[in-house]
Each structure stands twice: as C-alpha cells, then as structure tokens.
Design a protein around this ligand. Structure first.
Ligand code: DGJ
Length: 747
C-alpha cells in the first residue's frame, strides 16, 4: 500500500521516497515533504511566522504564526496572500483571480482513471498504479479542483494532474495550470535543464538557483528544440552516483513552462506545466478542464538512479503496444541517401542494398507524393507521385516485402504547402489569420488541428494509405512550429485556446491511427528532435533524436536526452561523411558507436560506399542486433559529461549485473597523452569481469590496424576495481578515437 490517508495527513510512498501533504487547521492543503523516506509527520518543519504585512486568511488574523506569504502549498493559487508564482490561476465571473481553495475530500482510488484526450501514465506489465484524488473547492466561487495522484511504488515515480470543474452558473477562465508544483523550504539547489536549437537539441546546462524567477519554456505550440519539458533540481554536490536530486517531466507536446522561484526566505518553488503565455481557457458552467500529467521522481543517489526511474516509468507506464518492449528493426532511411532525387528503381536498389547489409526496414522519406521534388510544394496532397515512382506505391511496397524487408513511409500530417491543392481548396483549414499574409517556414503552413473536420480528414486519409499500402512503419514529421495560433472555427474570445486545442487534435489523430494499426511502428520526428517528449512517446515509442548525425555532436545531444528518455526510444543513425550538417569526417566505427545507444540505423546510400565499408556495416548490424537486448533492457550509465570533458563515455549493465557494454569516444587527440581512465558504474563489486576490447581491439601500444591481426584483447578485473579505479582506454592518433569494451561476469 503506497497511499496513506490518516485524518489530516496524506502520504504517498514509493520504494525509496515519501511525498507528504497535510490539511492545516484552516483546511488549506500544505506540502510537507518530498524526498527520502522518513518515519513521521514532517509538519514540525513548517515555519510560517508572518514576516510581512501581507493579507492573511480572515479567520487566521490573530494567529501571527500563519501566513500564506511563506507557507508551502501543494497547489499554490493566484492571489490570496501568496505572491510567489502560482500553479493555478482562474479568472472568476466577477473578474478577479483570487482563489480560496480548501480541502473538500480525499478519495483513495482502486484504479487509475484515464485522462480524456491526453497521454497519461498507466498500469504497466510489472506494476499497477495506485491512485488518490484530493478534491479542493472554492465554495463561494463554486469551483472544484481535483488533484489526481498516481504512485508507481517500484519505479519511485509519482504522477500528478490537475482538473478544474466549474459549478458556477457563469463561465470562468483558466489562466495558468501547472500539474507539477513543488515547494521546498530553505534548500540549496542547482537547476539542470536542456536547451538547444535545430540540429543541437537538449544541451545540458546546470546552474545554481538564485533569488528571483527562472523561466524555461516553449511558446511554440510544440515542446520544441529550444527547451525540453524536463527539469532537475539537484543538490549542489549531486553527481551521477550520489546526492539528492528531483526530476520533473511533463507529459505534453505543446507549449510549456518550467518556472523556478527562490523567495524572500530562500524557499524554492518549482512549477512545470502549460505555458501561461498565449493561453487561457473558458470553462462554461458544468464544464471540466483536465491538465496534462506531470511525472516526478526523487533520487538520493544522483542522476543515474533518477534517469533509471524515468526510463522505467516511460517504458512500463507511458509507452504502449508491442514496440514498448520488443526488439526494434534496424532501418535505412532514404533522406540523406537521396533527398528528393529518386525514382522507383533507385528506391528498389536502395532496398536491395539495405537487405544485403542485413538491415530490417527501408524507410522512404520525404518526396514520394504530389509534385514534391523540393520542399516548396505539395504537403497536404498525399497522392503518390506515380510518375516519379514509375509504379503504384503498393507495387513498390510489395516488391520490397518480397525481398524480405519491411517498408516504412515518411508523412507530415499537420502541415500544408501554400502550393498545394489542399490549401487551394481549404484555405480556412490552415492557421492563417483572415486578411493577413501567412507566416511561412520551409514554404509550409500549419493545419488547424483544433478543427475536428481537419483531424477527421487526416484520419481517413492516412488510415487508408497505411491500410492499402501495408506499411510497417511511419515516420511522423513536424517541421515548423504553428504560428500564428489561429483557428477559423473558434470565436475571438477562444483563440487563446488554440495552442492547447492544436495539441489535443494531434493527440486525437495519433490515438486513432496508433490504435487502429498496433503492428505499425510509429517514429516521431520534428525537424529532428523538436518534439522529443513523454507525450509523444505515449503514441510513438521512438523519436528521431536530431537531424545532426555528426558523431561528436550527436553524443552530446544523446547525453542530454538520456537524462529522462529511455535509450530504446532514441532514434539514432549512422550517416555518410563528410557529415551533411558539419562536414566533419569521423570514422565509420565512431559513427557506429555514436549511433549505438538508440534504435540504430543508417542514413546513407550504400551504393556510394567502398566494398570494405559495406562489409564493416554488415558486421555493425550483426553486432548491434546481438547487443540490442542489453542496450534496451539494461541500465544506462553516463560515465563522462561531454560538455566538460573532451570525451563521451557511457555504459549499459544488464539487470543481473553479468553483462555490460562500455562505449565512448574522444573528441580530439591530445599529443603525447598516455590515454585516460574511465570509471565504470552499475557493476557488482563482488563479481569478476572478463573485459574484451571489442570491435577494434586495443593493445597497450595503441590501436591494432586490422581486427583479425590479433584476437581481441581480454583482461580480468573485479567489479570493485572497475568502479573505483576504472579502466584505461587509449587515445589514438587517427580520427578513429572511439572505444568499446564488453564485460562478462565470471561468477
Ligand atoms: C526533417 C527530418 O528530421 C528529416 O529526417 C527528414 O525527414 C526531413 N524533415 C524531410 O523533409
């Protein structure tokens, strides 16, 4: 039992953590504690002496030890004596936004209810969610607010969402709603967040929290390349393997905000939820509004454990369907191989080469429909360009299937080109403000997913294509952010709902298509990794991580991505050199190493490779398939911070601590430097491991030129030594500076 309701004390317990709230003497819901388990009521820590002349509750006016100005709240609301950032703000019928929420009831639930129209954490194969609702009400305003909690005991994760019900006979307007809000009493924290841009997503940044408000957000109606809805509060001494840290993840793919405030008495408040900019939602009498869900986890033992908790909760409780657990196909994608320049025969040749290399799936990327020979045209006109393919798509797919290969197709459903029949026929379906010129990006406009007619049209269209063509895979792209946010089907006073309604429309389409085609693997994509979030992972169990396939830069992007998102969800490929994004030439082996912590595949034309390179790729695919169970099901450890170090290093350890794979690479050769050591993690200190320097073995003198000139080097070390002293890996004088070690326990 992980939910304890004792009179005025409400505790959520996971294997290693405690989350505690209480109903105070005035009926307000206070947040008492989140962190390591304790064995008592933590209310003795609350110090709420009135320190300023600020308004206090009318009934508490003679109690100078009670002030909303500094109390820790479970759901801080706007107004009512709390001047910090608020998790909920509602404009009441009379125009004020002063909410007075008191506890109405606390309801344990025997199962978790689905969140209507939104992704949510659900019962998993290994564990069920325990759930509880806390119902708050502003009696006078006739508004009810339900805090929905679910607890994943084994995974050390707590989920929370907020629902507002308007019992008032007049309409109200929600202005802010944050499913995650955490109040901490005087505590020093660093904030870790992941900023970026196109081809440079999820860059790690760590900074001490100072007084004032820090805002990490996206107002682009997509989770975005620029920031990710994922925040960590870490004790300044926390590192990968030790120290307290709190992870917070929003399961939402639209505009979000993560706000952190350090207040007048050094308390810290963290909010993560929907971006209040450009958002408000009118709730008519008796209507409800459901916020997205937030996931929280606490680790006493640093970031590795925190990441494992999020990896597990996403794998077991967020992702659905067979691909959440099963092996994934190794694919070859046509984009960097051919861009828009292909025909049916060249695609069949690509398929033949793909098969010969040993990959499982050929993906035909952009350019197969309408007159799409460049990116100026045809989005929305999803008729196969048979002139270009020289055959119907069904025939092409049939021939690929006959080769023993699966076939996948690229689509970008939420977009329309200005130059398209769809836009000419339905200009009102695009998000364009009447009488204004549209904002154009990559010559495309965004369809109004807030319009159910558009969503239904897209569903009919794409379900037919998938069905008729017998597709095995879909790459769902999204190359520009919706802007302006305007829907022709909503009145002026509801345009501020478009951003959220857009996301709901996309989720609706994704839900219907993924439900109807459970055997089709859907991969998310947004100009690379611009919509890499837990909301999308509910529908698409893998997401293309970035358009940047440069092995060095990619390891940094994947480093940031790995803090929250499971390795099995990370779309990652080997591409040709010179790299199309950086022009850098990195060895095939290092490109393979960089693409390994993910779903793996190729983004190149094998016909342009040397015979020896094709042979190496065949070996890479065999090797990756052998390793995939360890990569997907093992625990992942970051062994270096590539933003501070000149090397990337990471490893996987299987659940029994019998097998491990260490991988990494140096970004530059340092002259006359005798190599360096990497300290391993996650092994059993009491086991002995045989370490094999795999792929390209190393000797104490450096790198062997040819794999078969010598058997791979092997040595035996104790787990304890490997996790304390580490192991030496060499730098090499050529550009092939990657290393791989495979470990097998001898016990
Ligand atoms: C952006 C994606 O990230 C690429 O992989 C490719 O699919 C292009 N779009 C196609 O337009």
């Amino acid at each position: 039992m992980s939910i304890h309701i004792e009179e005025n004390l409400f505790s959520l317990e996971t294997k290693n953590t405690l989350y505690q709230m209480m109903k105070d003497p005035y009926g307000q819901l206070l947040h008492l504690w989140y962190g390591k388990k304790t064995d008592q009521n933590m209310d003795y820590l609350i110090n709420s002496n009135e320190i300023n002349y600020t308004g206090v509750l009318y009934e508490s006016q003679h109690d100078r030890s009670y002030s909303n100005d500094i109390l820790p709240f479970e759901l801080p609301v706007s107004g009512h004596g709390d001047f910090r950032i608020s998790a909920l703000s509602i404009e009441l019928p009379e125009g004020s936004a002063d909410l007075d929420l008191r506890i109405k009831e606390v309801i344990p639930k025997d199962h978790k209810e689905p969140l209507n129209g939104l992704p949510y954490s659900h019962d998993g194969k290994n564990e069920k969610a325990e759930a509880m609702d806390i119902v708050l009400e502003d009696h006078q305003a006739a508004i009810e607010v339900i805090l929905h909690y679910s607890v994943f005991y084994e995974t050390d994760v707590i989920a929370r969402s907020v629902e507002v019900i308007n019992h008032n006979e007049k309409a109200i307007r929600i202005r802010r709603i944050f499913p995650i809000s955490l109040d901490f009493q005087e505590q020093k924290f660093d904030l870790i967040h992941f900023y970026g841009r196109h081809v440079m997503e999820r860059q790690f940044e760590r900074e001490p929290i100072s007084h004032g408000i820090k805002n990490i957000s996206s107002s682009r109606a997509m989770s975005s390349h620029q920031h990710n809805p994922a925040l960590i509060l870490a004790s300044p001494n926390a590192d990968e393997l030790s120290g307290p840290c709190y992870g917070n993840l929003l399961m939402y793919s639209g505009s979000f905000a993560g706000l952190v405030e350090k207040d007048q008495i050094d308390q810290i408040r963290l909010l993560l939820g929907m971006n209040p900019d450009h958002f408000s939602w009118t709730l008519e009498s008796n209507e409800r509004f459901q916020s997205p869900e937030g996931l929280m986890s606490y680790s006493e033992d640093g970031f590795s454990t925190l990441s494992h908790n999020f990896h597990h909760v996403i794998e077991d409780h967020v992702m659905r369907g067979r691909f959440a657990k099963e092996a994934k196909p190794v694919l070859l994608n046509s984009w960097e191989a051919a861009y828009f320049t292909f025909d049916g025969l060249s695609i069949l040749n690509l398929a033949r080469e793909t098969k010969e290399l040993g990959a499982d799936l050929l993906v035909l990327d952009d350019g197969w429909f309408g007159y799409r020979n460049n990116d100026y045209t045809s989005l929305g006109d999803w008729q196969v360009n048979e002139e270009k393919l020289q055959m119907p798509l069904e025939m092409l797919v049939r021939q690929v299937h006959q080769m023993g290969l699966k076939f996948g197709l690229w689509i970008e459903p939420e977009m329309v080109s200005e130059d398209s029949d769809l836009y000419r026929k339905h200009p009102e379906w695009a998000m364009v403000i009447p009488s204004r010129k549209p904002l154009v990006a990559r010559s495309q406009l965004v369809l109004d997913m807030a319009n159910p007619e558009v969503v239904n049209y897209l569903y009919d269209l794409f379900s037919k294509i998938i069905r008729d063509t017998h597709l095995d895979y879909i790459k769902w792209d999204f190359n520009r952010s919706p802007d302006p946010l305007y829907s022709s089907v909503l009145p002026a006073n509801r345009q501020s709902e478009v951003s959220h309604r857009f996301v709901l429309g996309t989720y609706n389409l994704l839900e219907r298509l993924t439900h109807e085609f459970p055997d089709v693997l859907f991969e998310g994509c947004a100009g690379g990794g611009g919509r890499f979030d837990a909301g999308m992972l509910y529908y698409t169990p893998q997401i293309w991580c970035s358009d940047d396939t440069d092995a060095h830069e990619r390891t940094k992007i994947q480093y940031g991505t790995s803090f929250f998102y499971p390795i099995r969800s990370v779309g990652s490929h080997v591409s040709a050199i010179p790299n199309h994004q950086t022009r850098r030439k990195i060895s095939l082996n290092d490109r393979k190493i960089a693409a390994s912590p993910g779903t793996f595949g190729y983004e190149l034309n094998p016909a342009e490779l040397e015979w020896s390179e094709k042979r190496d790729i065949e070996k890479q695919i065999i090797e990756y398939k052998r390793r995939q169970p360890l990569i997907f099901d093992g625990n992942y450890y970051r062994l270096s911070n590539p933003f501070e170090d000149h090397a990337a290093a990471w490893m996987f350890v299987d659940k029994n601590q019998d097998k491990a794979l260490v991988q990494g690479m140096f970004y530059r050769f340092i002259s006359n430097y005798p190599g360096r050591k990497v300290v391993l993690a996650g092994l059993d200190p009491d086991k002995k491991y045989e370490v094999t320097y795999s792929s390209f073995p190393l000797s104490s003198h450096g790198r062997f030129e040819e794999e078969n000139e010598s058997a791979p080097a092997k040595a035996i070390f104790s787990g304890q030594a490997l996790m304390t002293g580490g192991i030496r890996v060499q730098t090499s004088m050529n550009d092939d500076a990657g290393f791989e070690l495979e470990l097998e326990s001898l016990n």
